[in-house]
Ligand binder design. Structure first.
Ligand code: FAD
Length: 448
């Protein structure tokens, strides 16, 4: 292969570029990114980055998200004031030079010409290529209706900068729509900043499909225990807005003295059950959809992601996929760790021209909320039972195991990183032995 093009310049895209060079590819390497930024780390966007006042000291450049139990603890002396993009950067100048990639940033890919072996860019350019790695991630779902100032999604650095500016400018009433992990983390950070926070969740309880009812309840109590209201079982009927656009606040990019009109500003959220919640800021966390629109005219199979085999190989041998956009068999993970593990496997198969390697590591996810660390690993099924093997919700620290036919399928921890990590390793090695139940622990409960 003389040219490989990676589409998506974020986590999976960077790991694919690294894997290509590490596996001996010395041809032309092109990385295409819709965002104008070099690859940066997303997990801090809903956590430390949002909590930090604009301009405050940031994490050091090149810092990585903890894929395991370790959190990055930087003392004040270690903290470096950097621009926002640099602060979250996943690579440094030395690595960029080593990768020797051509970065085409700020222009999305608009299509794949498989007959002509080219990636087409929205600005009309055409990159002739022998191999393609699809790493375009996912895009947040939005509410129907016209745009409203003060309504945010949280996926990109630009999203986070806009939301952060508003929160630190004194937004007092925040409504978070959706109680999934992103919504939960955003709610936690807003509460930490002193806002009055309400989460609206359409399901009877957030996260039941991911965690089962019993453990979802443990997570729900984190919100209520920190003064965040959790309104479940009701959807959003409409957003209320002030009916007039704001004048130019000086940050619209318009020439000085010009007045621009913005979308009317949100003032509240009307719920399906008739309640009206006042809001200065609304954060919409209702899930994502894989970023596959640009592939709609391609012969690739698209069904909740780019369909691949367990090695990331699509219907076309010279096209592989990795990260949030990729569906490996039945599973499309939206986790940092999968986006760092899959590219090496996919690239190996791309260079081999066939599937010689498979990604088999169990999915792993962590989330930080209200000073607590949540971790989940494995393949939990809807009928699995769950039992608490160590600790308890009352202690604010527990390890739970999900089981099916006498075998552990998944593990969950709240502030219990060490035993969790041991169990996760054993899950990765296959068929782990169950930790003994603590004395007096409740019997197994259905996981869902
Ligand atoms: P993305 O990071 O989504 O990157 C895809 C890139 O492709 C984007 O830059 C996008 O602009 C670009 N792109 C899209 N379409 C095109 C196109 N047509 N042409 C060119 N480029 C395109 N995971 C955890 O495990 N733990 C956490 O605590 C955690 N916290 C998170 C917090 C937030 C706020 C977010 C948003 C995510 C979090 N995640 C977390 C998830 C994790 O960040 C993702 O799983 C990871 O970023 C996926 O990487 P990716 O490269 O596949 O996709």
């Amino acid at each position: 292969m003389r040219t490989v093009t990676v589409v998506g310049a974020s986590l999976a895209g960077l790991y694919a570029a690294r894997a290509l060079r590490a596996q001996g590819f010395d041809g032309r390497l092109v990385v295409i990114g819709a965002e104008r930024h070099r690859p940066y780390d997303r997990p801090p966007l809903s956590k430390d980055f949002l909590a930090r006042a604009p301009g405050a000291p940031a994490m050091a450049a090149g810092a990585r998200s903890p894929s395991d139990a370790d959190t990055l603890a930087l003392s004040d002396a270690d903290a470096v004031t950097l621009s926002d993009a640099e602060a979250l950067s996943l690579s440094d100048a030395d690595e960029d030079a080593e990768l020797a990639a051509e970065w085409l940033l700020g222009t999305p890919a608009a299509g794949l010409d498989t007959a002509g072996r080219a990636v087409l860019l929205a600005d009309g350019r055409r990159i002739t290529t022998d191999g393609v790695v699809i790493a375009t991630g996912a895009t947040p779902r939005t509410l129907p209706g016209p745009p409203r100032a003060g309504v945010h999604t949280l996926r990109t650095l630009d999203d986070a900068v806009a939301l952060r500016a508003e929160l630190h400018a004194g937004a007092r009433k925040v409504v978070v729509i959706g109680g999934g992990f992103i919504g939960a983390e955003a709610a936690s950070t807003c509460a930490e900043l002193g806002a009055d926070v309400t989460i609206v969740e359409a399901a009877p309880l957030p996260l039941v499909p991911q965690l089962g009812r019993e453990i979802a309840q443990v997570c729900a109590r984190l919100h209520t225990g920190h003064g965040v209201r959790l309104l479940c079982g009701t959807g959003v009927k409409a957003l209320r807005a002030d009916g007039r656009g704001d004048g130019d606040r000086g940050d619209s990019g318009a020439p000085p003295g010009t007045t621009t009109r913005r979308a009317p500003r949100v003032t509240g959220v009307e719920l399906a059950d008739g309640r009206l919640l006042g809001a200065d800021t609304v954060i919409v966390g209702i899930g994502v959809r894989p970023a596959t629109d640009w592939l709609a005219a391609s012969p690739l199979a698209l069904r909740d992601g780019v369909l691949c085999d367990q090695g990331g190989v699509t219907a076309l041998r010279q096209v592989v996929a990795a990260g949030d956009v990729a569906r490996y068999g039945e599973l499309r993970a939206e986790h940092w760790t999968s986006a760092t593990e899959q590219p090496a496997v996919a690239v190996r198969n791309l260079l081999a021209g066939t599937t010689v390697a498979r990604h088999t590591a169990p999915p792993y996810f962590w989330s930080d909320q209200y000073g607590s660390r949540i971790q989940l690993a494995g393949h939990r099924g809807p009928k699995d039972t769950v039992r608490i093997a160590e600790g308890s919700p009352e202690e604010g620290s527990l390890l739970a195991v999900y089981e099916r036919d006498g075998e552990i399928t998944a593990a969950f921890a709240l502030n219990r990183p060490r035993p969790f990590t041991r169990l996760r390793r054993r899950l990765g090695a296959g068929r782990p032995a169950a930790p003994a139940a603590p004395a007096g622990a409740p019997a197994a409960a259905p996981g869902a």
